[in-house]
Design a protein around this ligand. Structure first.
Ligand SMILES: [Zn+2]
Length: 287
């Protein structure tokens, strides 16, 4: 546009336009007119391209980039959806992957200090999520992380020793320093889970939130008896696929009934990112 502005100013400076008006019959003025029309039309095109760019970036600022679990906005295309999603393709410690212990060692006990939080269930367009403001903390390795929310994937995102599960829950935590820690628990088909029943009863079928006055959810009821876990580094399993996430996958699954699994799949038939490469990362299984 700078070039256009200069060209227009130059045309005005040399009074080419005025020359045309005064001497419209001369060959010079006809050439000048052709030149003016060419420049002005090129400038007009440049202006409309610029406007289109502005419109696109303005739109991006107001709308979240649209990604999905299948199709043209599916996992293989997340990196194309937004510049912010570069890690989804470039990352070397991406989640999920097939978990298999490289070593067993004495890991610090997970301080799962969860407590009842007011029931607020959100369908965010990608999963069903339970807000856990006031839901307690995770204490591990001398660090305290606040529980923010937990949400579900079907089928499971991770596999353990090559085995996938029908449902997986992720408890997402953040420390005061902004570090992320996730605790994952697998569901296998079996007895119905009563805490899950409370959540399912109130989950919105469409995008939106549902706060249920007088009812609470306790994340403690979605944990296995054994607190043995795998520890490894990974990423968010959804865009922007940020790495540096401290993962803790419980080695023992809990159960959900076939009906409960089917009920979730009525809303989300499949919301799991495919397995990623393990690459060079250490997976430690607690003793
Ligand atoms: Zn998740």
């Amino acid at each position: 546009m700078q070039v256009c502005n200069i060209a227009i100013k130059e045309m005005l400076r040399y009074q080419i336009l005025e020359t045309y008006v005064k001497n419209y019959r001369s060959l010079f003025s006809i050439s000048a007119l052709a030149l003016c029309i060419t420049i002005l039309s090129a400038c007009q095109n440049a202006t409309s391209v610029k406007n289109a760019t502005i419109t696109k970036s303005e739109k991006a600022a107001t709308e979240k980039p649209h990604w999905e679990y299948a199709g043209e906005h599916g996992p293989n295309h997340w990196v194309e959806v937004s510049d912010d999603f570069a890690m989804c393709a470039a990352g070397k410690l991406q989640s999920p992957f097939n978990i298999s212990a490289d070593i067993t060692a004495k890991l610090p006990a997970l301080g799962l200090n969860y407590q009842a939080a007011p029931m607020k269930i959100i369908n965010n367009g990608h999963t069903i999520q339970a807000d856990q403001t006031g839901g307690g903390t995770l204490n591990v390795d001398g660090k305290t992380y606040d529980l923010l929310q937990f949400h579900f994937h079907t089928g499971s995102e991770y596999a353990i020793d090559g085995k996938s599960y029908p449902l997986e829950v992720h408890f997402v935590h953040v420390s005061d320093a902004g570090e992320l820690a996730v605790v994952g628990v697998m569901f296998e088909e079996g007895d119905a889970n009563t805490e899950l029943a409370k959540i399912w009863e109130n989950m919105p079928a469409n995008k939106g939130g549902n706060t249920v006055d007088g009812q609470s959810i306790n994340a403690l009821n979605l944990l296995p008896d054994s607190k043995k876990y795998y520890r490894f580094m990974g990423s968010l399993t959804t865009p922007p696929c940020s790495e540096g996430v401290n993962w803790h996958m419980m080695s023992e699954p809990i159960t959900a009934s076939a009906e409960q699994i089917a009920e979730f799949r009525e809303i989300y038939p499949m919301n799991a990112r495919p397995l990623q490469k393990e690459n060079n990362r250490l997976v430690v299984l607690g003793q």
